[in-house]
Design a protein around this ligand. Structure first.
Ligand SMILES: [Zn+2]
Ligand SMILES: [Zn+2]
Ligand SMILES: [Zn+2]
Length: 543
């Protein structure tokens, strides 16, 4: 797919993911909550979830401990909070699951991609002059489908006009002269479902990550050869986002950046040799993708295995900071970040696994996605892991790769961005807290520098965020696999503090309206972002 400036504008102008609409039940819940005496306290605690619509609830005790003095700077027992729990955001990437958390993820992805193109957050600003190419890697055709293509003037092209159209063996005319509307149901659906190669389509989804891996290896080899001819070395970095098309096939949007290698300081990111330009990089991408191919292992349904190749529409485009006739780093970062929060929604599938119980409902021969799921289940009956995985990933139509990935040296990491936000958030909380509110809890009985002349409180208060966070769990309902990493926050000093969190199955917890601001300022969508965590309006150092 060719990405023009007009297309980007329309994509960026498109409204954000639909938020949870206001309902009478929600309004009643909000009103009841707002009338309580403890509403301000609940509000201040609820804000820590950042507007999450299905927050994780934690029960226990939190202590902020100064590592130098061992002093308890702040303590919170959830038994004293209005809901007897504290809330944390679920952190889901998918906008269909949790719009506010997906918005945070989108903003993080934007920063991640933008810093690789413009510098900042540990990346040198000189990366903005490195050769950069944006490319879209599509799947090949598995049969003609209804499409909607917007022409340069904003006009919609006819779907598939053929004056002398052929007929398929099932008697269907392989032509469509319509100009389809934006969300027409037939889009992405085959002209003849019987002729469409559903098996090859899901096999391609399942092997797309392997094809990507091989393509990147081949790209690096080609570029190394080019650089070697000039007596220099180059390094290819990339960031990529996977997206489901309406036809139920995955495709990748990727940004490639070429760096040079300084033999004296190999860890530095320096510009490459001037002879290796963005045009050269684009040519190499064209050549390599045209030749990228491998075959799957044999399957009873395909004796020689399926051929895995890219589709014809690669169209690498050069990215510059100024734009002009080319696309800019901002537009590419926005474009990729937007798709990082999507899952199988464009293909019309609900987010959720396909199990033996619901397989019958989804694997129906009456719909396009149903046929794709059937193909996954059918091929997945094979014992080899390459095929068996299709059953486990039938809800993703066979695809089992990551939705947003990057090479190690491309830019900063999600982990660093999250840590920066968390530290900033904690520091801002402590800055707001007056010095007199320090907990009077007794000093923990472990040895620390506190024993010998503790420094005055003002020395580290309030600018220093707490370094220890520990929650002594009450009775956990269910371990939360997503939150196990929070154990790492417990610092190695003694005593050993146990932390457990859980997430009850089901959707919105009780007393969680998901829209705390709409009480004061009802918005059209029914949900307002938390101003503390919404970087568009807050003075967050991440900008
Ligand atoms: Zn959430
Ligand atoms: Zn059509
Ligand atoms: Zn047919």
């Amino acid at each position: 797919m060719s990405l023009t400036a007009g297309m980007l504008d329309s994509l960026l102008a498109e409204s954000r993911s639909p938020a949870h609409v206001s309902t009478p039940a929600l309004n009643a819940e909000l009103l009841e909550r707002a009338c309580r005496d403890d509403y301000p306290e609940w509000l201040s605690l609820a804000q820590s979830a950042g507007g999450c619509v299905r927050p994780i609830r934690l029960r226990g005790t939190i202590r902020d401990i100064d590592p130098d003095t061992g002093e308890v700077m702040h303590a919170l027992d959830t038994n004293e909070t209005p809901d007897k729990v504290i809330y944390l955001p679920c952190g889901d990437r998918r906008a269909s699951v949790c719009p506010p958390c997906a918005e945070t993820y989108r903003a993080d992805t934007y920063q991640l991609i933008r810093t690789g193109l413009a510098g900042g957050k540990g990346m040198p600003e000189s990366v903005s002059i490195h050769p950069c190419v944006f490319a879209t890697f599509t799947a090949p055709s598995f049969g003609p489908v209804h499409t909607r293509v917007e022409l340069s003037g904003g006009k919609i092209a006819r779907c598939r006009p053929r004056r002398k159209a052929s007929y398929c063996p099932h008697g269907r005319r392989l032509s469509c002269g319509q100009r389809h509307k934006q969300n027409e149901v037939c889009l992405g659906r085959p002209l003849c479902p019987e002729c469409y190669d559903y098996n090859a389509a899901v096999i391609w989804n399942a092997h797309a990550p392997e094809l990507w891996r091989r393509t990147v290896i081949a790209l690096r080899r080609h570029l190394d050869k080019l650089a070697k001819a000039r007596g220099v070395r180059v390094r290819l970095s990339y960031a990529k986002v996977a997206e489901f098309q309406r036809r139920g096939l995955i495709h990748f949007h990727a940004i490639f950046r070429l760096d040079g290698v300084d033999p004296n300081h190999p860890e530095r990111t320096v510009p490459p040799h001037p002879a290796i330009t963005a045009d050269v990089l684009a040519d190499v991408i064209r050549q390599v993708t045209a030749g990228a191919w491998f075959a799957t292992i044999p399957h009873p349904m395909k004796a020689n295995g399926w051929d895995i190749t890219w589709g014809a529409q690669i169209d690498p485009q050069i990215v510059t900071p100024t734009g002009g006739s080319q696309i800019t780093d901002v537009s590419v970062a926005s474009y990729l970040a937007k798709y990082a929060t999507k899952s199988t929604e464009p293909a019309g599938l609900p987010p959720g696994k396909i199990t033996a119980d619901n397989a019958k409902a989804y694997a129906t021969p009456h719909s396009h996605e149903g046929r794709l799921i059937s193909a996954c289940l059918k091929i997945g009956a094979h014992t080899h892991e390459d095929f068996r995985a299709l059953r486990r990933w039938a809800h993703m139509l066979g695809y089992r790769g990551h939705f947003a990935t990057k090479s190690r040296r491309y830019s900063t990491t999600m982990r660093a961005l999250r840590r920066e936000r968390r530290d900033w958030h904690r520091a801002s909380i402590h800055a707001r807290r007056p010095t007199g509110t320090r907990s009077s809890s007794p000093k923990p009985p472990w040895n620390g520098p506190a024993a010998a002349g503790a420094p005055p409180a003002t020395r580290f208060w309030p600018c220093r965020p707490p370094l220890a966070l520990a929650i002594n769990a009450g009775s956990p309902v269910r371990r939360c696999p997503l939150r196990d990493d929070r154990k790492k926050e417990v610092r190695p000093w003694k005593p050993r503090l146990r932390m457990t969190c859980w997430m009850e199955p089901g959707s919105r917890p009780r007393n969680w309206p998901g829209c705390w601001e709409s009480i004061h300022r009802p918005c059209a969508a029914g949900v307002r972002r938390n101003p503390d965590t919404d970087r568009r309006s807050s003075p967050c150092p991440r900008g």
